[in-house]
Design a protein around this ligand. Sequence first.
Ligand SMILES: [Zn+2]
Ligand SMILES: [Zn+2]
Length: 364
Amino acid sequence: MNALTFRGVENVAFETVPDPTLEEPRDAIVRVEVAGLCGSDLHPYFGREVGIERGTVLGHEFVGEVVELGAEATRRLDDAGPGSGFGVGARVVAPFTSNCGTCAHCRAGLTARCQRGQLFGWREGGRGLHGGQAEYVRVPFADATLVPVPEQVEDPGLAILAGDILSTALFAVELAAVADDDVVAVVGCGPVGLLAIRAALAAGARAVVAVDTVESRLAAAERFGALPARAPSGGVDPGEALAMVLERTGGVGADAAIEAAGTPRATRSAAALLRAGGRLAAVAVHSEPNPGLSPAEMYDRNLTYAAGRCPARRLIPNALRFAAMNDALVLSLISHRLPLSSGPEAYRNFGARAPGWLKVLLAP
Ligand SMILES: [Zn+2]
Ligand SMILES: [Zn+2]
């Protein structure tokens, strides 16, 4: 089959690799309809995350059709009863990690930390999973990992976004415990931040102040329903956002803040906008040893800091419903739909943050 593989830093190849096969009784093979190119794919691409094996098929976002299903996965899905299972021929979306569905973390809804879970598109030392930027992909624990796509979600782009960034946006709102009448700050207006704006409003937020340094992102934030606030680039000063938040909260500060940029600077801006007792949710990937917020500051202002990888499998059903209800807005995040063979070029442009490259879909 054809696939995009990791060949080294800033080196992705479109090449022929062996077709995946069922290896375990709970595996499925999915024929990929569309794969997503995600901001997190750029971490190994630029060598910011190291250890990925040469030849690994990249990608952790995919929608497709189940073409083979192991005996044990079939048995478990049959046991799930009519309406809740799926079989060969089903159109499915995957979260970015596999999950067993039965371990303590899965049962607690923390599917992204499944004790037997693995990230798609990451192989190291001969172990791990190939990814979805290919014609076919093997999915372990398929009965617990895959989610059937409802009929009303026709556009594969909606399902792709539900599988990762939209789930992450819903998770941000959950972590920040956004409630009715809250004033919420969103720091970082990439695709996750934009969807978090919409999700916070859907959860009852009275106003969302969106902070970014880039004018085009602020224009998008306004389309998603936020009050846009320009932050000066380079500093930790939240700029005009603070005045906007104070004006809407009687001088107190935001009830909740969502940090969707993944930098200590963004953490500091988000914290500066919060009232005493405010809640800060961090859902972007962080790779620094220090979050930019000290225990003393959290203590002195009774702040709650919550962070982590989104348990996408648990949130995908909600995300699919949300996507169907907000389809035009959600689809506006997709900037490019390209053949899989354009993958190496897409990585270059997306990686260089070329103007207009927001979200890329690749079709085998
Ligand atoms: Zn992703
Ligand atoms: Zn598990």
